[in-house]
Design a binder for this molecule. Structure first.
Ligand code: IPD
Ligand code: CA
Ligand code: CA
Ligand code: CA
Length: 259
């Protein structure tokens, strides 16, 4: 399939710019908050409204594409053939509800299973991380300086709170070997930290829409994106994922237990 990656990138930047404007307005309006799997798994009217908006725009521009998205307005995608868009309308819904900051909106695009273009907006900072292997990486219009391949001892790691607290896979051993632990609560915000060298690793149980955009961007920046048992990443399933500099990812895989 022949696709114009630059055109898709420009489309995502325009779309997320609009989403950012909408959400900055929405975040000061009264929201209705519901729960999904448990009391801390939140969903708001704005998660749903934003997903409907994004998916409608994707279908208008790319009618041949299929969409995997969090809140139920996507397609039932059974394989990765053709153009597949992954949509996380609000990433860090808990931060959106409780803090009104440090939340993102993310879109990742794959072609026949290969990462193509990713875009993440840090909504309140109004910065868009975007691009891919073919076209390069940018924050808004500025090219990103590829982060150094730092070892664990030289950087901060970000691990989802439940995983760090439960010491899943002995993950606290990884923390002990690092410069320290940070827990930002939004995969999208953390991918931004990895791309700018502020953190060297992220580990969490991630759904396809949590991972898709960040995987495109971090791989294009030369980082490793690996599953906890080092098996190939399956973009149609949730899995525990390590994203980090190549040195850190391999140190983490050696350190983690019970895999
Ligand atoms: C969540 C956030 C969080 C991560 C969770 C995700 P959501 O996404 O990215 O940082 O640890 O696994 O589910 O539900 O706010 O879009
Ligand atoms: Ca959610
Ligand atoms: Ca998410
Ligand atoms: Ca979400």
């Amino acid at each position: 399939m022949n696709v114009d990656s630059k055109k898709i990138d420009a489309f995502l930047v325009e779309l997320l710019t609009q989403v950012g404007e909408n959400l900055r307005e929405d975040s000061i309006k009264k929201m209705s908050v519901g729960t999904k799997k448990n009391r801390n798994d939140l969903v708001t009217n704005f998660d749903k409204k934003t997903e409907k908006f994004i998916n409608t725009r994707i279908k208008e521009a790319y009618p041949e594409a299929t969409i995997v998205s969090e809140e139920g307005y996507g397609d039932l995608v059974k394989d990765m053939s053709g153009l597949v868009f992954f949509v996380d309308p609000i990433d860090g819904t808990m931060n959106f509800v409780k803090r009104g900051d440090d939340f993102a909106s993310m879109i990742g695009v794959y072609i026949d299973g290969e990462p193509l273009i990713g875009a993440i907006i840090d909504v309140m900072d109004n910065e868009i991380y975007h691009g891919g292997k073919e076209i390069g990486l940018f924050i808004d219009q500025t090219p990103i300086d590829i982060p150094k391949n730092l070892p664990l001892i030289e950087g901060l790691v970000d691990i989802s709170a439940p995983m760090a607290l439960a010491n899943k896979f002995d993950v606290q051993e990884v923390v002990k070997k690092s410069s320290g632990l940070r827990v930002y609560g939004s995969a999208g915000i953390i991918f931004g930290h990895l791309l700018t060298g502020k953190e060297v690793m992220y580990m969490s149980y991630l759904a396809p829409w949590d991972l898709a955009a960040g995987r495109v961007l971090c791989e294009a920046a030369g980082m490793s994106v690996v599953s906890i048992d080092d098996s190939p990443i399956n973009m149609l399933e949730s899995q525990v994922v390590i994203v980090g500099t190549q040195k850190v990812a391999s140190e983490a895989l050696k350190t983690l237990k019970a895999r």
